[in-house]
Design a protein around this ligand. Structure first.
Ligand SMILES: Cc1cc2nc3c(=O)[nH]c(=O)nc-3n(C[C@H](O)[C@H](O)[C@H](O)COP(=O)(O)OP(=O)(O)OC[C@H]3O[C@@H](n4cnc5c(N)ncnc54)[C@H](O)[C@@H]3O)c2cc1C
Length: 470
């Protein structure tokens, strides 16, 4: 298959954001306003925070301030795997917080269920499909790792199903599959942009005011609250502030070392015909991830396209974020080649979209939290490629830290977690930052080529509990 031909007509835009259901642009904030809670960022972090704040205390005056469009960044362009895990997978969580893991898993379950319930309660059609997730081994060295992952999951109360070669191919027919681990409960598929737009509508229905094209550039403390200044001069004075700006330059200087913006890329195919669907099986429509360190994630859409993403995770010197970095032909070519290797039956299928987006990566792979300005501002960031579900939990943590709907000083089960009370190790400043990340990326690729064997550099990072992932 000529991958360049297959990509020739692919639009350089996120498939999800082209949906006809996309609302028109909202107006920017004008003039000066006061509010009880200002939320900076109109991705899932900010939208969940605004919605949950109103649910906790309907009397609050809440404002959302988004620099671009609602869901225009990672939240509207991701793979749509909405996972129960709050820790970027069980192994990462157990390695870091073994004593809290049962609690973290229970809270993760509750969180996933609550997302589904919210969609029902507000009538949000985000193409929610609780399909579960299938992890597949495509190299021999990955098979024992899947078996180990199954044991860990069972210990923590999950009910995953281990599938041998024939069983996994009966589920989804790829000649590359050697084994599979299907967790039918831990993940749902969602239309990511519809989720963001639906949350914004739900916020508005409770009286939240949502402003787009309102980038906040200034933040300072005053007697009546925190003063936020927008790029175009509008000003908000807020008693409390939630900072949900993901991978973008944080308004708090102290956060700059903790998060690096990493580009992740995805392709979308045209809708498969009935015969093409038949040729690959996939009747249970699970989200699928393969098990190498450089992994692919893929899933079906409601109209039977395949979203195919992952593999390369690209950091640009100096934490660069620019719209031209959303296109990376070399990565699109690699992804397309891997697609046809996985599904040779689909050699006639073309791609309609190819895009990238920026992930807020931190060195421990899952979110961290904190407050500033004497507890009047709370932040959450660092979801590292698994924030579709976990951002709702993170929003609850931020509201707990701000004591929204709680007594002053009150702690919650969430704020007592070690995960909430600790921070990741920061990345070194440039130019070391770029060098360390590039070295780590190369070593990860080498480990995959070398039957998963990790060299000295990765072993050292593992021992220190550090890493680079997407
Ligand atoms: C290609 C791709 C695939 C992914 N796939 C998955 C997946 O399948 N499953 C999963 O769980 N996760 C996935 N993720 C990660 C997931 O999308 C994120 O973890 C999640 O969307 C983070 O939400 P957020 O609200 O914190 O950040 P964002 O969605 O980035 O939102 C932050 C918002 O803040 C705004 N902002 C920034 N600075 C300012 C400012 N100064 N003033 C006002 N507004 C500001 C930005 O414009 C942006 O809209 C993927 C990400 C990408 C890029």
């Amino acid at each position: 298959m000529d991958v360049q031909k297959a990509l020739a007509d692919a639009e350089p835009k996120p498939y999800w954001l082209q949906d006809p259901a996309r609302p028109g642009a909202g107006s920017p904030l004008e003039g000066a306003r006061e509010c009880d809670l200002a939320v900076i960022g109109g991705g899932y972090s900010g939208l969940w925070a605004a919605l949950l704040a109103k649910e906790r205390d309907p009397s609050l005056d809440v404002i959302v301030l988004e620099a671009g469009r609602i869901g225009g960044a990672a939240s509207g362009r991701n793979g749509g795997f909405c996972a129960a895990s709050l820790t970027h997978g069980l192994q990462n969580g157990i390695g870091r917080w073994p004593d809290d893991m049962h609690t973290l898993e229970r809270l993760g379950w509750d969180n996933l269920r609550a997302i589904g319930d919210t969609l029902t309660r507000y009538g949000i059609d985000a193409e929610w499909e609780p399909t579960g997730e299938l992890s597949v081994a495509t190299e021999e060295w990955q098979v024992p790792a899947l078996e180990e992952a199954a044991e860990t999951a069972i210990e923590l109360g999950w009910e995953p199903v281990l599938l041998d070669r024939d069983a996994v191919r009966a589920e989804v027919d790829s000649p590359t599959y050697l084994a599979g681990l299907w967790d039918p409960d831990a993940t749902a598929m969602v239309h990511p942009a519809k989720l963001a737009w639906g949350l914004a509508d739900a916020c508005r229905s409770l009286g939240v005011r949502v402003f787009e094209n309102t980038g906040i550039t200034g933040l300072r403390s005053g007697i009546r609250g925190l003063h936020l200044t927008a790029r175009h001069g509008a000003v908000v004075t807020a008693r409390r502030v939630v900072l949900g700006t993901g991978a973008f330059p944080p308004l708090l200087k102290r956060l700059r070392g903790f998060v690096v913006p990493v580009y992740d890329y995805a392709l979308m195919t045209e809708p498969l015909t009935a015969a093409q669907r038949e040729a690959i099986g996939w009747k249970n429509r699970q989200g699928i991830g393969d098990s190498a360190n450089q992994f692919h994630y893929y899933r079906l859409t409601a109209d039977d396209r395949i979203l195919w993403g992952g593999y390369d995770a690209i950091y640009h010197y100096g934490n660069a974020i620019r719209s031209d970095l959303e296109q990376r032909p070399a990565t699109f070519g690699t992804l397309a080649r891997h697609f046809y290797e996985t599904f040779p039956q689909l050699e006639d299928v073309r791609f309609t979209n190819a895009w990238g987006g920026v992930i807020d990566t931190c060195s421990r792979f899952c979110a961290f939290f904190g407050t500033a300005y004497d507890g009047r501002l709370a932040y959450a960031a660092g979801y590292t490629g698994l924030g579709v579900g976990a951002t709702r939990f993170g929003a609850d943590v931020m509201l707990d830290l701000l004591h929204v709907g709680l007594a002053p000083g009150e702690e919650t089960e969430r704020t007592r977690l070690k995960m909430v009370r600790t921070k990741p190790v920061p990345f070194p400043p440039e130019p070391l930052r770029y060098g360390v990340i590039e070295l780590t990326r190369r070593e990860i690729a080498r480990a995959d080529r070398n039957a998963g064997r990790r060299g000295l550099w990765l072993h050292t990072l593992d021992r220190l509990g550090l890493g680079f992932d997407s």
